[in-house]
Design a protein around this ligand. Structure first.
Ligand SMILES: Nc1ncnc2c1ncn2[C@@H]1O[C@H](COP(=O)(O)OP(=O)(O)O)[C@@H](O)[C@H]1O
Ligand SMILES: O=C(O)C1=C[C@@H](OP(=O)(O)O)[C@@H](O)[C@H](O)C1
Ligand SMILES: [Mg+2]
Length: 188
């Protein structure tokens, strides 16, 4: 397959990044529906490849191999597909190649949630996020703030505190339509 180059903004993939549990998967699905686009959740695709959930992949295959497959999968989609809504896993964007591919070929939205709000969500996600297991709350807090450096490389930031998924998705749709109209007005 040949590489996609000079992608018109209206056709670019939209990529959601941010820490585990901020709502990338939930919101991504809603954005895809609202924009009549296909949704790709990278974790779900990797689970399909291995035929097991992420927690099992980490146990049986190991994190290093998971990261290698994750990177290859994302870079390949960025280089060869358009018009998709893509939710990354929270750790994917720490890899430089992933950041470069996303920023050069897609529009990257950072879902921002405060540490205080995020802490309330921990019980919902702890069992399915191996990276959070066997860590103290302090260690998780360190990781939360350390990762913000990578997430600061984005095209747009959406603050999500005290907002339900539907509202966040509506904000993204509104923001993207605004960008489309500025950079590629309809009829051009
Ligand atoms: N805006 C929101 N408000 C409250 N809970 C949410 C919101 N978005 C997602 N959730 C919940 O938080 C958990 C993690 O959401 P998920 O979409 O899997 O996040 P991510 O993909 O970023 O890890 C799920 O239980 C989901 O139902
Ligand atoms: O941040 C991470 O290192 C991870 C985030 C998870 O995805 P979500 O961000 O969708 O929870 C999943 O990819 C895996 O458990 C590792
Ligand atoms: Mg997810």
């Amino acid at each position: 397959m040949s590489e996609v180059s000079e992608i018109p903004i209206r056709e670019k993939n939209i990529v959601l990044i941010g820490f585990m549990g901020v709502g990338k998967t939930t919101v991504g699905q809603l954005v895809a529906k609202k924009l009549y686009r296909d949704f790709i959740d990278i974790d779900k695709e990797i689970e399909k490849i291995y035929g097991m959930p992420i927690t099992e992949i980490f146990k049986k295959v190991g994190e290093a191999e998971f990261r290698r497959v994750e990177k290859e999968f994302i870079v390949n989609i960025c280089n060869h597909q358009t018009l998709k809504i893509i939710s990354l896993g929270g750790g994917a964007y720490l890899q430089e190649e992933v950041r470069k591919a996303c920023l050069s070929k897609c529009i990257v939205y950072f879902l921002d949630l405060s540490w205080e709000s995020w802490k309330e969500r921990l019980p919902l996600i702890i069992d399915s996020r191996p990276v959070l297991q066997n860590k103290t709350l302090h260690e998780i807090e360190d990781l939360f703030f350390k990762r913000r450096r990578a997430y600061s490389l984005h095209n747009s930031k959406i603050s999500t505190n005290n907002m339900d998924a539907e509202t966040i998705a509506n904000n993204i749709v509104e923001s993207i339509k605004f960008a489309w109209d500025i950079y590629q007005p309809q009829g051009e």
